[in-house]
Design a protein around this ligand. Structure first.
Ligand code: SF4
Ligand code: SF4
Length: 371
């Protein structure tokens, strides 16, 4: 973990590459170690985030791709807040994660998404149109479908959708296998103990509670329900609840559309959680209360907007069902809801969402060596 020779020459090609993933100023680091001193998650023998500044500067690609510690960081920004050189080590860690996600994805699409904003926006819009057409193809008898399929062959949409789904599945499998191989630690901890600790970390972000606790922290004294830890939790559990509600609806072919029905209640709580968490985080990204919010990558904005839209349109549909409102507008909102949810799912292994796959694997292997 510790680099013995700190005089290794800078790998300018790699530095430029990581800059394109969003870390703009890490070259300014003069190795003072303040960031590691203030990071409450850094442990003896795991001196991050300074360790990652060294790896990035020296182009240590393999170490970065195999680093389980990269996924320990909660992007609280304490290190960046206290860095005397504005080297923004927290943003470097975020950029290295984007680099890792892109490297685990075999088609090269993620590299494009993270490095090229116009491409990402275009891809998102094109995918939305394809999804809308795909959804309409399920109801070929509707007026809109009849109009649309005069111009576009139904088969193209049909087989295009299947191809896209296949690409997604293969990409997820490839990323999964690579990360399992790369993060394998050979640790000796018992399986169940490791699983318990990993679940706690993934489920309640236990170690995140150690962040933002230093004396001058902006978050000191602020109510818990507006702190980043809680907001990330609301987004995570919002997704889980919506996923469960959708699954139950599908499994039981639930004909009950009353709002008090359990799956509806789960869905409503999930939607409200998503709206709450993503609204406040977007607010922080606009008002920039701390350094961590100074720069937001386009990929992160799109991700947040999709989360918010998924929650908002879902809630709209709940209200429309309650009010027995079945107008064209409600159908349109339903279409937007499905498109947002499907886009997040389809872009899963190609975007920031992929960290939900790699992080638990890395954490599990980390705890295997720690417990
Ligand atoms: S605090 Fe800043 S300058 Fe000091 S080691 Fe960390 S990144 Fe480098
Ligand atoms: S962002 Fe927070 S958790 Fe991550 S390295 Fe910096 S201080 Fe540590």
């Amino acid at each position: 973990m510790i680099i013995k020779n700190t005089q290794v020459a800078m790998d300018t090609m790699f530095v430029n590459e990581i800059e394109r993933y969003g870390a703009k100023n890490f070259k300014a680091c003069f190795d003072c170690g303040t960031c590691t001193a203030v990071c409450n998650l850094s442990e003896p023998g795991h001196s991050f985030p300074r360790y990652f500044v060294r790896l990035a500067r020296t182009g240590a690609r393999d170490e970065i791709l195999k680093s389980r510690e990269l996924w320990l960081c909660y992007a609280c920004g304490d290190c960046s807040e206290n860095c005397p050189r504005n080297a923004d080590p927290a943003e470097l860690i975020a950029a290295l994660r984007r680099y890792t996600i892109a490297s685990y994805e075999p088609t090269g699409l993620t590299k494009l998404i993270f490095k090229n904003n116009p491409v990402y926006i275009l891809l998102t819009l094109v995918l939305a149109v394809i999804l809308a057409m795909l959804l309409l193809s399920f109801r070929p008898e509707s007026d809109v479908s009849r109009w649309l399929f005069q111009y576009v062959d139904y088969q193209i949409i049909h087989y295009g959708g299947i191809l896209l789904a296949l690409l997604l599945i293969l990409s997820v499998i490839y990323g999964f296998v690579r990360s399992v191989k790369n993060y394998a630690s050979g640790g000796k901890a018992k399986f169940w103990d490791t699983l318990k600790e990993t679940t706690k970390e993934v489920g309640i972000f236990k170690r995140y509670l150690k962040c933002d606790t230093y004396d001058d922290s902006y978050w000191n004294g602020k109510p818990w329900y507006i702190k980043p830890w809680f907001l990330h939790l609301t987004i995570f559990w919002g997704f889980v609840l919506l996923f469960v509600a959708t699954g139950l609806d599908y499994l039981f072919k639930d004909p009950n559309i009353e709002v008090w029905w359990p799956t509806r209640i789960l869905g409503t709580i999930g939607g409200l959680s998503l709206i709450y968490g993503s609204s406040l985080i977007m607010g922080y990204r606009v008002t920039k209360p701390t350094k961590i919010y100074l720069r937001t990558k386009m990929a992160d904005w799109i991700f947040l907007i999709f989360i918010w839209l998924t929650g908002f349109t879902g809630l709209w549909l709940e209200i429309a069902i309650f009010a027995h409102n079945h107008t064209m507008l409600t159908h349109f909102i339903f279409l937007v809801h499905i498109i947002c949810a499907a886009e997040m799912f389809l872009l899963f292994s190609f975007s920031k969402f992929a960290h939900t796959l790699y992080r638990p694997i890395a954490l599990f292997n980390y705890y295997k060596t720690k417990l």
